[in-house]
Design a protein around this ligand. Sequence first.
Ligand code: AMP
Length: 373
Amino acid sequence: MNAPLPPGARIGILGGGQLGRMSAMAAARLGYLCHVYAPEADSPGMLVAAKRTVAAYDDVPALRRFAASIDVATFEFENVPAATLDALAPLVPCRPGVTALRICQDRLQEKRFLAAAGVPVAPWHAVESEADLAAGLAAIGLPAVLKTTRLGYDGRGQAMLRTAEDAAIAFVRLAPKPLILEAFVPFIAELSAIVVRAADGTSATFDPTENRHEHHILDLSFAPARIPAEVAARAREYAVAAAAGLDLIGVLALEYFLLPDGQLLGNEMAPRPHNSGHWTMDACLCSQFDQHIRAIAGLPLGSTERHHDVVMKNLVGPAAMTRWPELLSLPDVVPHLYGKQDARPGRKMGHINRLLPLGRLAAGDEATCLRGL
Ligand code: AMP
């Protein structure tokens, strides 16, 4: 597939979450029709799709029918089984491809890949057995973080280790194995950089973002990150190098820890639009979702220029939803809800973007920037 997809072409999205929903809405604006494939009916993506398939990711006949009904396939979360893309790839272009998916699904592969791409990472040790854990602790020391290599998100599948006893308990509790032991990073900020890469290898980056978590779930993103220009440039360069190393077509998010001396350590990658890029929907001419669709459809990439400073706040669980009418009354806030019926604790229901004049974040009055959020 080399020519750009014409208006009216069909884009298949594996996964029915909010990232697929916002991608489908961006695709619709560009004149495309989206077919969402997910195991759950009435998922946020299904609610805005032109076509829906409710089927398991290993339902090969359903995948074949899906492939026959679309011009390109993408995925909106990286826990889609690699075998699903393997089944689709001979039938329809898959963007990003299965290699990027496999690497980003596995923290061990991800760490090896990042190091090879020139992105520094914290010391780590693969842990399959208690003997590996002991060797890892001897090499890395405490405190440390023990994580599942697969299927972890929003802090699930990981444990903070302060003592040898914590390590023994976490080793028994954490599943599936293998695990990865990482040195605890005394970061001063968590950052992310989002890059979009086209089929011809051209790429563009958004301004690096500063992220704050509550109970391991992203709470606030600030763009631009309040960091030296040289650090921001490095965050962009690493993201571009990672996307090139994956030969990625689409959007990639790279999360970092910022150390007091200005060093950046790569933490996690996602080969898809990312929660820390939701601010681009209202503060840039072309959002991360627009860019993802442009890249996979073979269109020219759009501008990543930011026309406002912005704070993104996630609306998580029932408490956030009780504030919804009040948040809507804030004049400088753009609201986004994902169409989820049930506001369970910890569930991302939507987000809001507060637009601020350019330069306001750097001016340093954070309390004013957050007032009323
Ligand atoms: P992750 O799932 O790897 O993104 O981890 C979720 C959150 O846990 C991160 O955003 C950090 O706040 C924290 N965390 C993860 N790994 C480490 C580490 N090696 N050192 C310090 N904090 C960490």
